[in-house]
Each structure stands twice: as C-alpha cells, then as structure tokens.
Design a protein around this ligand. Structure first.
Ligand code: FES
Ligand code: FE
Length: 431
C-alpha cells in the first residue's frame, strides 16, 4: 500500500482540533493484511490468566493473533506457551479447549510431547535416518511470553520491548483494577464467545466510548436501573468528574466515580471490610482511586478491562467486516458465595450475548459496518469530540484518538514511541 494512501487514513489536525479516520480502514482486506503484520505481529497480546491453568499439567488452548496456542503449566508449575502445531506435519497437537494432561499426543501420527514441549516419543523412531534431529522436534514456544500479575501476554516479535515497558503508564490503572477485592483475582470458569459482523476497530472505539451509552443503552439506563431503585439521572448525566485519559502509545482509559450499587445492599458489611483492607494495604489516596471509580481500560491492540462488570475481553478480526470476541469474568477469590453470585449476575446482566448491553452494541457496530458501504461517497468518520478541552471527559473521544494515533504509526511502520496526546507533549511540558 503506497504511503499516500496510508497517510490519509487518519487526518489529525491538532492545531485546528479536527480528527478524521478514513472508512477504508474498516473495509479494505489489504488493510487487514497490513494490520496482521504491523499490529498483531508486533504488539503484546493478552493470551490468558494463570488462574485458568493453575496446577502442573493444566492447560487451555487459544487462538491469539491468528495462531493456535497451548498455554500450560509444566511439571514445575511454570507457565509455558507453545504454538499448537505439530513439528511433524502441522496438525493441531491439542484439540481440547482446556483440561489436564501428562503429555500432549498428536492426533495424526501420535507423536507425543512433554509439558515442557520436548518430544517424548514417536511411533517407529528407528525408521528415521541419523539426520533426524530429535531435540529440534519439540513444540515450538511462542517468541515472547511474560506474565503481569497473573495476566499472561505473548508477543510474536522477538525484538519487542519487555511487557512492563509496553504497558507503560497503563500499568498503574491495571494495578488499580486488579487490586480491588484482594490481590488474588481469578477467572471464573467459562467464557462468553461471540462474534459480530463488524470491523474489530469498531469494538476498540465502542469499548472506550462513553458518548454512546445513553443513546444505545436506553433500556438499561432509563428503564432497568431505575427499576432496581437506582437513580438513573446520576447514572447517565455527563459529569465534569469523569475523564478520558490517554496513557501513552495508544493505551487509554475512561473513568467515572462509582455509582451507589443497589444490587449490593445486602453485602454492605462485606464491602466495608474490603474497603478497610484496601486502606490498610494502600493508604487512603490509592484506595480512593481503586474503590471509588469505575474504569474501562484499553491496552492496545485488543484488550479491554471493564471494572464495572469486572470483565476482561479480547477480540480478533477474521475478515474486515467480521470479528470474534471472548469475554471473561475476573473476580476476587476472597468473595463470599453471595458476593460472587451478585458480581456474576452483574457481569452477565449487561455484557454478553444475553445481557442488556452487548446486543445493543452489536446492533450499533454492525450498523456502522453496513453504513461503510458508502465509503466512496462518504470517506471519513469524525472522532474530534472534546479535542479542544484541557481535560476531556469520558463522553469525549480523546481515548479513541489515542488508539488511532498509535494504530496509524504502527501501520505506517514507525518504530519507537508515539505521542498520542491531543497536544504535543513537549508543548504541554513547556507551559
Ligand atoms: Fe503430528 Fe504427524 S502431524 S504426528
Ligand atoms: Fe455499549
């Protein structure tokens, strides 16, 4: 793709306060091919949570960045991530979604592999010549794998920066989300797996888009929450105490003060105990940030943590107009059974195929995708809301601009950090 075409995909005029994204980015198969190499082959990708495969031999299989992977605990309990393809002739070595194994045996010709990936055995080994390199015939580890507080990330770029550097300023927000409840959160077994006939970047935007909530999710905010006894005006009014923040290199967060939670009225004591424990561990200021705000945290390119529903989700493109989404509940291990139940009800009540929110969003995003058929006559989307504001709120669009700025740098092959702020950071620093 020529550089002129690439350059015009994002028109970012910081001086005039205008920001536009070309809709070709959502429909062109050539862009998706470029994204596979420039974004998904270079960024750190969330692959799973250590609690999902806790004991030696426990494993899960995932499709991450287009590749089938096995995440497994070896005999010593260490986390390992392998490409799920047989070194013999390519078959998926593990065909189950999760389980516990002593060895992995390939379906096709029954080569078997130890939990550390080494070739354990193969039928008729004597038929191979001396040039058969047994040591090289193990499962192939992913080029990079690192965990952050139980979240396992992989990267297909051997030269990528380390994970902590990659997370950068997003790390503190991630800590605040993970610290809630206790230090030991776990993925509740089971996942929501669904798909949309929409480009994956529409869900990036939607996941950090406070602007759509009141229009798209009217039924939830104007009918359902008031039915539960919640003051819906408080839930929906755009408030000055909300914010959208860019966290460097495309990461971003939306934040708003937590609403009183009517679902939790029977659990006041338990919540008070959690709060006291947070204060003891972190002091009052950090506790306030952990306990008094809801936030949607976006880690580029495709990880969203939504604290309100204690959920974590990823999504991958299958085609320019089709994506697959996985979503999990990430809950404190120390919860009482009652609290676990309430949090879980809360999770499935809004998000997922049978929630109040997700079907609305699917409808919205699929509608955008259908609208993009007019790309020739209507080439650009506008993402400039709040561009002139010193402190954008969550119903502004700074958080989306942050993503698009980094995305634009990546697809143009730029290396090194990207300044994703509305105003160049050196100008801000000089004031
Ligand atoms: Fe796996 Fe042949 S492809 S044993
Ligand atoms: Fe929504």
């Amino acid at each position: 793709m020529d550089s002129e075409t690439l350059d015009r995909l994002v028109l970012d005029d910081r001086a005039q306060g205008s920001f536009r994204v070309h809709r070709q980015a959502f429909v062109d198969p050539a862009i998706l091919e470029l994204e596979r190499r420039a974004v998904f082959d270079r960024c750190w990708l969330y692959a799973g949570h250590e609690s999902e495969f806790a004991a030696p031999g426990d494993f899960v299989t995932r499709k991450i960045g287009g590749r089938p992977l096995i995440l497994v605990r070896d005999r010593q309990g260490a986390v390992r991530a392998f490409l799920n393809s047989c070194p013999h002739r390519g078959n998926l070595v593990c065909r189950e979604g999760r389980g516990t194994a002593r060895v992995f045996t390939c379906f096709y010709h029954a080569w078997s592999f130890n939990l550390d990936g080494g070739l354990a055995g193969l039928p008729g080994e004597e038929s191979y010549t001396a040039s058969f390199d047994r040591a090289a015939m193990g499962l192939r580890p992913v080029p990079r794998m690192e965990s952050y507080r139980g979240l396992v990330f992989v990267c297909f770029d051997a030269d990528a920066v380390d994970l902590a550097t990659y997370l950068g300023r997003a790390r503190e927000r991630l800590d605040w989300i993970l610290d809630f409840g206790d230090q030991d959160v776990e993925i509740v077994q089971g996942a929501q797996a669904y798909s949309m006939r929409a480009n994956w970047k529409l869900l990036v935007e939607n996941s950090i888009d406070g602007y759509h909530a009141m229009a798209t999710h009217q039924r939830y905010f104007r009918q359902y929450l008031p039915d539960l006894g919640m003051d819906s005006a408080a839930a929906v009014m755009p408030r000055h105490d909300t914010q959208g923040v860019e966290l460097g290199n495309g990461h971003a967060v939306t934040e708003k003060p937590k609403l009183p939670a009517p679902l939790m009225t029977n659990a006041k004591e338990e919540l008070a105990a959690i709060r006291a424990d947070l204060e003891r561990r972190f002091g009052p200021e950090r506790t306030r940030m952990i306990a008094e705000f809801d936030r949607n945290l976006f880690i580029i390119p495709n990880l969203i943590l939504i604290s309100t529903w204690r959920t974590l989700r990823t999504f991958y493109p299958v085609a320019p107009d089709y994506m697959e989404i996985d979503s999990w509940a990430l809950l404190p291990r120390s919860d009482s059974a009652e609290m676990r139940q309430k949090r879980f009800q809360n999770f499935i009540g809004f998000l997922g195929p049978a929630g109040f929110g997700t079907p609305d969003d699917v409808s919205g995003l699929e509608g955008c995708q259908r609208g993009f058929a007019t790309v020739k006559e209507m080439p650009y989307s506008d993402i400039s809301r709040g561009m002139g504001r010193a402190r954008p709120t969550l119903i502004d669009e700074l958080q989306m601009r942050a993503f698009w700025r980094r995305w634009h740098a990546l697809v143009r092959g730029q290396t090194g950090p990207t300044d994703c702020a509305d105003r160049p950071q050196d100008a801000v620093a000089a004031e």
